[in-house]
Design a binder for this molecule. Structure first.
Ligand code: NAD
Length: 280
């Protein structure tokens, strides 16, 4: 195959779901954590990280099969864990409101929203159809807003809560052929800041995660099908490797915990130095 050796090794290691020892944040035990896009990739790692910390989980995803698999795996790994699931698209504001109301009814509260579901959109701007543009904005921005508003309403009423929006380093720096993606994620960063200043007096914190290239099924597929130049990407990245899903999940643990009590309205970049590097 044409897959570079290092890329193939990384894909194989990823397939093994390397065991990760997550740090313990004791104040997260018993917290109700609502994760969108929780069935795979970064969201799935977040589910693991919060499960280790004794949280109660609500996973929402559009992929019913992966969602069921995630729930079964979590229940097998953490006997007694409370984990509920909801198959819905975050683009459907009525479905989002219903899912949030169900979780609130089941657990009595929602303490953390990991507003993570999203898609990539990578096309030359002159080939970007209006439908492509609308799809990226509808999922990455509108969907994130519906979830934040629906959960935020309950958090404001209870006087506490943490919302973490998964933006991207591409919400803070530009890249060619990603107009819709960059614009949607930049908007998520600004949405984060507005919600932070609006809801801080009500006891909420709202921050954004801005990951660089993270190894997920999505990036594995790009490498396998030759749509991503792995060697070039590694050379471009000061850390000389892609990020791991657990490295984003760990950031979410910290930001959701009381250890981050005074951090509000920030977009925290985790990109191995990518966006800091003036590449020649
Ligand atoms: P992924 O495709 O592995 O996971 C995304 C999950 O979201 C999937 O389970 C998918 O079914 C779900 N989803 C997609 N559309 C949905 C919808 N409309 N409603 C409900 N669920 C939906 O991707 P990932 O890499 O884990 O991405 C997670 C987030 O991280 C996204 O917001 C993405 O933009 C962001 N991100 C990823 C990277 C990366 O390199 N992987 C880098 C920066 C930011």
């Amino acid at each position: 195959s044409d897959v570079p050796q290092q890329a193939q090794q990384d894909i194989d290691a990823h397939a093994l779901h390397e065991q990760v020892q997550y740090k313990n944040f004791s104040d997260l035990a018993g917290k109700v954590v609502f994760i969108t896009g929780g069935a795979s990739g970064i969201g799935r790692a977040m589910a693991e990280a919060f499960a280790v910390n004794g949280a109660r989980l609500a996973l929402l995803d559009i992929n019913a099969g992966l969602l069921e698999k995630a729930q079964a795996e979590l229940q097998a790994t953490y006997p007694g864990i409370e984990v509920t699931t909801c198959v819905a698209s975050i683009t459907d504001e009525v479905a989002v409101e219903n899912a949030v109301a169900d979780v609130q009814a089941l657990f009595g509260r929602i303490d953390v929203l990991l507003n993570n579901a999203g898609i990539s959109m990578n096309k030359p701007t002159l080939e970007l159809a209006p439908a492509d543009w609308r799809r990226a904005i509808d999922i990455n921005l509108n969907g994130a807003f519906y979830c934040a508003q629906s959960v935020g309403r309950r958090m404001v009423a209870q006087g506490s809560g943490v919302i973490l929006n998964t933006a991207s380093m591409y919400g803070t720096v530009a890249a060619p052929e990603r107009a819709a993606y960059c614009a949607s994620k930049a908007a998520v960063v600004m949405l984060t800041k507005v919600l932070a200043v609006e809801w801080a007096p009500s006891g909420l914190r709202v921050n954004a995660l801005a990951p660089g290239y993270v190894q997920t099924a999505l990036t594995d597929e790009l490498v396998r099908t030759g749509r991503m130049d792995y060697d070039a990407l590694i050379k471009r990245t000061p850390a000389r490797r892609l990020g791991k899903t657990h490295e984003v999940a760990t950031l979410a643990l910290f930001l959701a915990s009381d250890s981050a009590a005074y951090i509000n309205g920030q977009a925290i970049v985790a990109d191995g130095g990518w966006s800091t590097y003036s590449y020649i």
